[in-house]
Design a protein around this ligand. Structure first.
Ligand code: ADP
Length: 302
């Protein structure tokens, strides 16, 4: 199975003509509560394609935590290793979308960042039975490092989606099989500016030297670039009318993981993940935009 270790958030989205000033109260035009967090999104992306997914994470003992567990279960994801915090609230993102479509977001990670290296070591037996482990950076960095080390000790491949970008130690990178930054994240991790596919390749080569086996830089509408010891390959994206790029990267990572557990080559897996990413940007929302396998197959036949 695929083991996703990551965040679960409840997104609270308010629509208003403009954001309020300090001390001001405004009436808004709409409100929506939607499940999110990169971990949850990636778990659902893989599960919708038919993957057997186990999620490791933490939520609070509150209504949002109950809601997230229920949603994950509806998606056929194994939730028995999503623990409940005694003291922290479920992670939330408070999002104001103004009349121009501009976002202002505050994330309170809460229970997501409470899991420690010791907590993940207690779940070694879950990681040990995985076909692949998928992680992002919305949880505690030391916990991620411990998880990657456990996977590596058991010979299990690790996909790390380094989002949101933050500096990573070489020790963690050495245990990463597939690193999947977007262009901005690749630039931050490598310490250079990435504005073109050539720059992305330069950044990837720097990261390769830190011991990562394969770098897959996602390039938005341009698809993705694979860089490894064998060389580099640009896998073009699929042209679509982009409605909302939320969860593009998450859908890409979930799809990549599933394809790799199905024994596909990395080139094939990235092409398929590009199709899933394109379908996700063609629809509004995060989890609501993630396609099912039949939609992807139909899209690839066109
Ligand atoms: P992130 O959402 O993390 O910033 P990207 O923007 O690179 O990541 O998107 C991830 C993947 O989603 C891309 O590699 C591509 O496959 C797909 N994708 C994103 N934007 C588009 C687009 N406008 N048209 C087609 N595919 C897209």
């Amino acid at each position: 199975s695929i083991v996703v270790i990551g965040s679960l958030n409840m997104d609270m989205v308010v629509r208003a003509e403009r954001a309020p000033e300090a001390g001001e109260t405004l009436f808004g035009q709409g409100f929506a509560l939607s499940p999110g967090g990169k971990g949850a999104n990636q778990a659902v992306a893989a599960a919708r394609l038919g993957a057997d997914v186990t999620m490791i994470g933490r939520v609070g003992k509150d209504a949002f935590g109950n809601g997230l567990l229920e949603i994950m279960q509806q998606e056929q994801i194994h939730t028995e290793y999503i623990s409940r915090s005694e003291s922290q609230a479920t992670g939330v993102a408070s999002i104001v979308v103004d009349g121009a479509g501009e976002n202002r977001i505050i994330v309170v990670p809460g229970a997501n960042v409470e899991m420690t290296p010791e907590d993940i070591e207690a779940l070694e037996f879950v990681i040990a039975q995985a076909r692949i482990v998928v992680m992002q950076l919305e949880t505690d960095l030391a916990m991620c490092g411990a998880a990657a080390a456990i996977a590596s000790r058991h010979g299990i491949p690790v996909i790390l989606n380094p989002a949101p970008a933050r500096p990573l130690g070489d020790e963690l990178l050495r245990h990463v099989t597939y690193l999947t930054p977007n262009e901005t994240e690749a630039g931050i991790l490598a310490g250079i500016t990435v504005e073109s596919i050539d720059d992305a390749e330069r950044a990837a080569r720097i990261l390769l030297q830190k011991g990562v086996q394969h770098i897959i830089v996602t390039l938005g509408s341009k698809g993705a670039l694979i860089v490894n010891a064998a060389g580099s390959l640009h896998v073009p994206g699929f042209p679509v009318h982009a409605v909302d790029t939320v969860a593009a990267g998450d859908s890409f990572n979930g799809a990549l993981a599933w394809q790799l557990t199905r024994g596909k080559t990395l080139d094939e897996a990235v092409r398929f993940a590009n199709a899933v990413g394109a379908l996700a940007v063609g629809k509004a929302g995060a989890i609501s935009s993630l396609p099912r396998l039949d939609e992807v197959e139909q899209f690839l036949q066109q």
